[in-house]
Design a protein around this ligand. Structure first.
Ligand code: FAD
Length: 450
């Protein structure tokens, strides 16, 4: 009888550059590729649930149909599969979200009760969350300190791809639900294609153009990175080569963006409660509003501020939004409508294909001033000026707000100034200058209280 080891895939849905898979392959004759349909993660019908299911289907194809799918509580299902094939170890990529850590602890305990073990190798990050510290030996509280320490720490080269994995076949497998929406291209090969196309055609202009939502100049790799269809190590190794070829500024900027992803995972690792509570509890803000009609108008992309509405409509239509517009739409909800950030973060998480609790919720806290921003008080984005600056010809707004399609150039950012503007587009639901002053007054009250 051939020996078997188990690799349990979660958000590492690839075969290349996969240290946990290599560890499983090296210890037994055959590898059981396992995916668990965890009702706790799949009950809510979110865009990322569908995207994950589609990515699992692509992984199943990549391993020639050998993937074993089981539905149920991982603490029951995983030990049962290990027992079925007589494997001492279950191999995983480490997880750092609050739920992922709790789940893995429960699975580890259940395996140990049967004298088996959960073996963690690697993480979804170039440097595992919790490993980077400042010179003082403490976790970084702001991005600049983290990024410096992260670069000094360095990261390993990509793991060699397995020459051949002998998959264990013939185990019972539950049906894989089909995604209920179209989630675009999925899988490891598509992720690599996207990266190579970006690296060869767009990276050189990235530093100059990354803030322009009208030009579509960013990589859109947040989605494959979320599901582990590609690992940041692979990107960083390629970037080092490109940088040696001369595009130093572009590669530095792109590397910085990957560092933001790592930073937020590190913050979540050290402060699990910051997923849904203010990270800065020294500054209690009065953002407890639930929003009501204003929140609904924001969600629907009908605030009367075209740059905000374009972003919210792109989110609903594509399951993705440009970073600049994420900042502006989030700022508008928190600082113009005075709605507590978790209401917005939840909406984003439901619709984003790259929805990620570390990047999303800390991105929201950065904007709200409750998180890691070093200067949170004064930053209130002006939705009109942001539109004029980053969508200078109004192309982005016209793409997503068809009611304003006939307005020329940048006038589209202030339709209330154009007499012939469309009548079916709403008037602004608030006065930005008034609400900006209100937001600053609330900050001042909170600061004086502490
Ligand atoms: P690129 O510009 O090509 O950047 C390359 C990669 O760097 C991205 O794929 C991403 O992995 C990482 N990155 C870039 N900017 C950031 C950032 N500010 N924070 C963390 N990582 C970053 N990113 C998510 O992956 N998931 C989310 O749920 C998410 N929610 C956000 C919510 C708000 C309110 C804000 C302000 C930002 C959020 N971001 C999130 C970060 C950022 O907007 C997206 O990563 C980026 O827009 C994805 O597009 P891209 O892949 O083309 O980025």
């Amino acid at each position: 009888m051939k020996s078997a080891s188990v690799v349990w895939f979660r958000r590492d849905l690839r075969l290349a550059d996969h240290p946990a898979l290599l560890a499983a392959r090296d210890e037994a004759d055959e590898v059981v590729a396992l995916v668990v349909l965890d009702p706790r993660l799949l009950a809510r019908p979110t865009a990322r649930r569908d995207r994950w299911l589609a990515s699992v289907a692509a992984l199943r194809d990549a391993c020639g149909g050998a993937l074993v799918v089981r539905e149920g509580d991982p603490a029951t299902v995983v030990p049962a599969v290990a027992a079925e094939v007589g494997s001492e170890h279950v191999h995983v990529t480490g997880e750092s979200t609050p739920y992922g850590r709790r789940r893995d602890d429960a699975v580890r305990d259940a395996l140990r009760a049967e004298s088996r073990d959960l073996v963690v190798t690697g993480s979804p990050y170039a440097v595992g969350p919790g490993r980077v510290t400042t010179q003082a030996g403490t976790p970084a509280r702001v991005f600049s300190a983290y990024a410096r320490a992260w670069r000094e720490h360095g990261w390993p080269a990509p793991a060699t791809s397995p020459r051949k994995v002998r998959w264990r076949r013939g185990l019972a497998s539950d049906p894989l639900p089909r995604p209920s929406t179209d989630v675009g291209e999925v899988g490891e090969r598509a992720a690599l294609r996207r990266w190579h196309a970006f690296r060869d055609e767009r990276l050189a202009d990235y530093a100059d153009q990354r803030d322009r939502p009208d030009l579509d100049t960013t990589s859109r790799l947040s989605i494959p990175l979320k599901y582990g269809e590609i690992h940041p190590r692979t990107l960083l190794a390629d970037l080092a080569d490109v940088s040696r070829g001369g595009a130093a500024e572009a590669t530095r900027r792109f590397t910085d963006e990957l560092a933001w992803r790592e930073f937020y995972a590190d913050v979540l690792h050290h402060h699990p409660r910051s997923a849904w509570s203010d990270l800065r509890d020294d500054l209690p803000l009065d953002y407890v509003g639930e929003g009501g009609d204003a929140l609904e108008a924001w969600r629907a992309g009908r605030t009367g501020f075209p740059f905000v509405d374009a972003g919210m409509r792109q989110l609903r239509a594509e399951g993705w939004m440009h970073n600049r517009v994420r900042m502006v739409t989030a700022s508008f909800l928190v600082k113009d409508l005075h709605v507590w950030w978790p209401h917005g973060a939840r909406h984003f998480l439901d619709l984003l294909l790259d929805g990620d609790v570390a990047s999303n919720n800390h991105g929201w806290q950065w904007v709200a001033g409750t998180g890691t921003d070093a200067a949170p008080y004064v930053r209130v984005f002006n939705p009109v000026l942001q539109g004029r600056r980053f969508d200078p010809d109004g192309e982005y707004v016209r793409r997503w707000v068809p009611e304003l399609r006939d307005l020329p150039g940048a006038s589209v950012h202030e339709p209330w100034r154009v007499p012939e503007a469309a009548s079916d587009y709403p008037e602004p639901i608030v006065d930005h200058d008034t609400e900006r002053r209100e937001a600053l007054a609330r900050f001042a009250v909170a600061r004086d209280r502490t």
